[in-house]
Design a protein around this ligand. Structure first.
Ligand code: HH2
Length: 258
């Protein structure tokens, strides 16, 4: 899954794809480089961010979705029913909701009324406050219980279980150690029986791991290392900014694994 943020303030590619023509070109390039789907987002969820309203989010993403319609498989990174509804009309195949259907009470119905796929992600707190001293008893047990509960909620709302994937939410209310613990014990999440999506790409934990305590991003090389480890532990969708590098590394990893 390639990432295209149509935002001025995303933590690693803010501003790069704010112009719709640039965003469309980036998404096309990612598809050509081997991305199976491209995740388009109009709102940053980086730590400390406040979010934008639906009108602004639509203003950012609609021209991009119109430009890509029919050409490139697209997922919409949104928590808002209104944005998801419009995106589905424009042909997106997946709704990627970082709030796991807790942000907008109407989103579950919008997804249930379509034949779209859905990603449910774990987040502790909200982007504005989530990195303030995150604490867990056992992070993996708590994330697994949360995802299991949100999956049951989605199914109860009429969304087919076969269309849902689950995501531990790397960097969303977690320390460096929490994030790596989730990858080390990813088998406890694959045991939930749904495909697991991991988004470690460029996240600050990678920069912190490599020795910069104030890092806000991580390198491509570190991102690729984390993605290969997640893949080896059973992740089937890797959400990444640098598609070519990840496709090459994952192709080699796949050939080398039993
Ligand atoms: N991470 C980000 C945004 N959306 N969705 C899923 N399912 N999983 C993730 O790990 C995830 C996500 C944050 O990364 P990015 O989109 O690059 O930045 P920003 O939120 O600042 O736009």
């Amino acid at each position: 899954m390639g990432v295209v943020n149509v935002t001025p303030d995303s933590f690693s590619d803010g501003g790069v794809n704010l112009d719709p023509a640039d965003a469309i070109a980036s998404a096309r390039r990612m598809a050509a480089e081997g991305a199976a789907i491209v995740d388009i987002g109009g709102e940053s969820t980086r730590p400390g961010s406040d979010g934008v309203d639906a009108d602004e989010e639509l203003r950012r993403v609609v021209p991009v979705l119109e430009g890509l319609a029919g050409d490139v498989p697209v997922s919409i990174d949104t928590s808002k029913a209104e944005v998801a509804r419009r995106a589905l009309e424009l042909g997106v195949e997946m709704v990627n909701d970082v709030t796991a259907l807790r942000g907008d009470p109407d989103l579950a119905g919008v997804v249930a009324g379509s034949d779209a796929f859905l990603c449910l992600m774990h987040m502790r707190g909200e982007p504005r406050t989530m990195q303030a001293e995150p604490r867990y008893g056992d992070v993996v047990v708590e994330v697994a219980a949360f995802l299991e509960e949100r999956l049951a909620f989605a199914v109860e709302a009429g969304i087919a279980e076969e269309r849902v994937c689950l995501d531990p939410g790397i960097g969303f209310g977690k320390t460096v150690e929490h994030n790596f613990e989730l990858i080390r014990r990813l088998d406890e999440l694959t045991a939930l029986g749904r495909p697991i999506l991991v988004g470690f790409s460029r996240k600050s934990s990678l920069g912190k791991l490599l020795g910069d305590p104030d890092a806000t991003t991580g390198s491509t090389a570190a991102s690729v290392g984390a993605a290969v480890a997640a893949y080896e532990r059973g992740a089937t969708i890797l959400r990444v900014h640098d598609v070519r590098e990840h496709v090459e590394a994952l192709t080699a990893a796949a050939a080398a694994l039993p």
